[in-house]
Design a protein around this ligand. Structure first.
Ligand SMILES: NC(=O)c1ccc[n+]([C@@H]2O[C@H](COP(=O)([O-])OP(=O)(O)OC[C@H]3O[C@@H](n4cnc5c(N)ncnc54)[C@H](O)[C@@H]3O)[C@@H](O)[C@H]2O)c1
Length: 328
């Protein structure tokens, strides 16, 4: 399995994605640039990062951190410590922290260099890869943000050792989504595995992460700004973002799982996905302990969906699977 990928943005900008140990990748940057790591507190508690970076700022991870107020606090701190164009920001945390740090780095002084070290499974297979960053606004997800690539992303499996089981499950939701849209073999591998196996078998985990990263990089390289193909990666997200808007009971990954199951059933009802494939999708989500339905008022969810970024002319846009493993 390929462990290194490159995402191309423009002739002068590309991002290397490495699956492996992060200190070797990051160390050379510290010789040339002032490095400021912005780190999830749960990660900071388990690793002495002062050894690797000139400065370390610790923040609370979680959806609440993706806010303009937190971004503003970080911009102000950067001014206070005299950060300039020779400063490298390094985001170390789950998808919320990497989305935030990428946004702050992309906007401060019109853009600093930055690296992302995702520390959750969801972050390693999805959130940190592909150059989308942003914060939430008024309860709606990712309303303010940008397409902006880091210089490097390093997915180091070592971080995942402290991850609670619920976060492993959330990562599996995005992995299942990736398998549905782009890797039928990965889908079968997941059908023949269990969460316990993924959490304990390093080789299996490496293969699953590498396959997911490969699909994401392939799609992003074809359609960086999401004008076409990249929309397939939003499978399940129309409903997921509405669920996240209406309740805090579900994490992003869990809401995505419900969204995937919902859209699979809808596709089957409309004759666009076979009942067999729909059954396999719902069974796989349940196999990894993920929810496949919620008890929320559909009218209220539809109202939240009216704010989805994929909508066009006031109509809700859905990404619908036609079968398992192909990007339609
Ligand atoms: N930019 C993108 O393309 C993209 C794609 C998918 C998801 N996302 C975003 O990612 C976010 C979800 O990411 P997430 O699931 O990683 O959530 P998260 O960042 O909230 O992390 C989940 C929890 O795990 C903790 N944590 C992080 N690393 C840990 C570690 N190594 N050990 C123990 N605990 C750890 C965090 O503190 C948090 O409590 C959402 O905001 C979603 O919108 C972005």
């Amino acid at each position: 399995m390929e462990l290194n990928h490159t995402i191309h943005f423009a002739a002068d900008k590309q991002c290397r994605v490495t699956i492996g140990s992060w200190p070797e990748v990051v160390a050379p940057y510290g010789l040339l640039l002032r490095t400021i790591a912005i780190v999830d507190s749960k990660v900071a508690a388990s690793c002495d990062l002062y050894e690797y970076f000139h400065e370390v700022v610790v923040i609370e991870g979680g959806e609440g951190v993706k806010s303009i107020d937190v971004a503003r606090g970080l911009w102000e701190s950067l001014v206070e410590v005299g950060a300039d164009r020779h400063t490298l920001l390094v985001g170390v945390g789950g998808g919320t922290v990497t989305d935030l740090v990428a946004f702050v780095a992309s906007t401060f002084m019109r853009g600093l260099k930055f690296l992302l070290l995702p520390t959750t499974l969801l972050g390693q297979v999805d959130a940190a890869i592909g150059g989308k960053c942003g914060v939430n606004l008024g309860g709606y997800k990712n309303m303010v943000g940008a397409f902006s690539l880091p210089d490097e992303v390093v997915c180091d499996p070592q971080w995942l050792r402290t991850l609670p089981e619920r976060e492993w499950r959330c990562g599996m939701a995005e992995i299942i989504k990736t398998a549905i849209v782009g890797d039928a073999e990965l889908f079968e591998l997941l059908e023949n595995s269990t969460l316990e196996m993924v959490m304990s078998d390093d080789d299996l985990l490496a293969e699953i992460v590498a396959r997911s990263v490969a699909v994401k990089c392939r799609v992003v390289n074809e359609d960086f700004r999401e004008s076409g193909l990249r929309r397939v990666l939003n499978l399940g997200h129309t409903m997921a973002h509405a669920i996240e808007n209406r309740t805090e009971q579900y994490s992003h990954g869990e809401a995505v799982a419900v969204g995937i199951a919902y859209v699979a059933r809808m596709a089957t009802d409309r004759g666009e996905l076979s009942a067999e494939d729909c059954g396999r999708i719902v069974n796989l989500l349940e196999r990894y302990g993920l929810p496949t339905s919620v008890e929320l008022d559909m009218e209220s969810l539809q109202e939240a969906m009216m704010h989805d970024k994929k909508n066009k002319n006031g109509e809700i846009g859905w990404v619908v699977p036609r079968n398992i493993g192909s990007m339609i």
